[in-house]
Design a binder for this molecule. Structure first.
Ligand SMILES: [Fe+2]
Ligand SMILES: [Fe+2]
Length: 259
């Protein structure tokens, strides 16, 4: 078993496919996207033998680029599902293109997200309901656990924990806005400012953040892979959870006088 994430802390990487974790046939990759904006989106690929899932495949703008990268790693016919942590276009709009490639693909998401996804133009898909089935088991027996994250920022948002790899795919939670993007955080104190730029505006409230932090504080987590901004490696996981526990955001700020 090998987690390579710590090694990327000192290296600037912003393109190509990056292997983050490997344990036999179970692998996790960062697969992009190279986007010239501070809001740039991360897409991840989980490969398990002959099965692969894309985590938050993102916008239609980058679909061709992503498809080529995924094809290089596993072949697009191996993509069995898309994990969509909520319905925002930067997370989910390319789902229609993936359904065109494989009409049997599973759309792995929450019930609340599933209500909205058909508005991208395709409602005729296989829905894997994480609200009713809080785990996903690969043929190998490896398990993903879905952890609901209400109002961070969408009411039906959820995160995905790879139980064996100890890797948390956190969606917009722990996201950061950053011009000087680096694959892995190397200075968490500075990174907190970048997280503030996202969390204070997008996340609902202190209670929402603290409630979710309570759900994950006893999980074994070796890395946090957010949908925006740098990956958080093991040495900063505790700091990141503490950040969430202390966060004042959203309604706490907008309606501060009502407290
Ligand atoms: Fe979002
Ligand atoms: Fe996002």
């Amino acid at each position: 078993m090998k987690n390579f994430i710590e090694e990327y802390k000192e290296r600037y990487i912003d393109e190509g496919e990056v292997l983050l974790y490997e344990d036999g046939d179970h692998k996790i990759y960062w697969v992009g996207i190279e986007e010239e904006s501070a809001f740039r989106c991360n897409v991840y690929l989980i490969v398990d033998g002959d099965e692969a899932l894309i985590v938050d495949p993102g916008s239609r703008l980058y679909h061709e680029e992503l498809k080529n990268r995924v094809d290089k790693i596993v072949g697009i016919e191996k993509i069995k599902g898309l994990i969509l942590c909520h319905q925002d276009p930067d997370v989910a709009s390319s789902m229609v293109d993936w359904i065109d490639i494989n009409p049997d693909i599973q759309i792995i998401t929450s019930a609340r997200t599933n209500v909205l996804l058909p508005y991208y133009g395709r409602g005729d898909y296989n829905f894997y309901n994480v609200s009713e089935n809080p785990t996903y088991t690969f043929q190998s027996g490896k398990v993903l656990k879905f952890i609901e994250a209400p109002f961070l920022h969408f009411p039906g948002a959820f995160t995905t924990l790879d139980i064996d790899a100890h890797i948390l795919f956190s969606g917009d939670i722990f996201a950061a806005i950053d011009i000087d993007w680096n694959l892995v955080v190397n200075n968490f104190e500075l990174h907190k400012n970048n997280m503030d730029l996202f969390h204070k505006d997008y996340m609902a409230s202190h209670i929402a953040a603290k409630g979710y932090a309570r759900k994950i504080e006893n999980e074994e987590i070796d890395a946090i892979l957010p949908q925006h901004g740098s990956i958080i490696s093991k040495e900063n996981v505790k700091n990141a959870i503490e950040y969430l526990q202390n966060l004042q955001c959203g309604l706490d700020i907008i309606y501060a006088d009502l407290k």
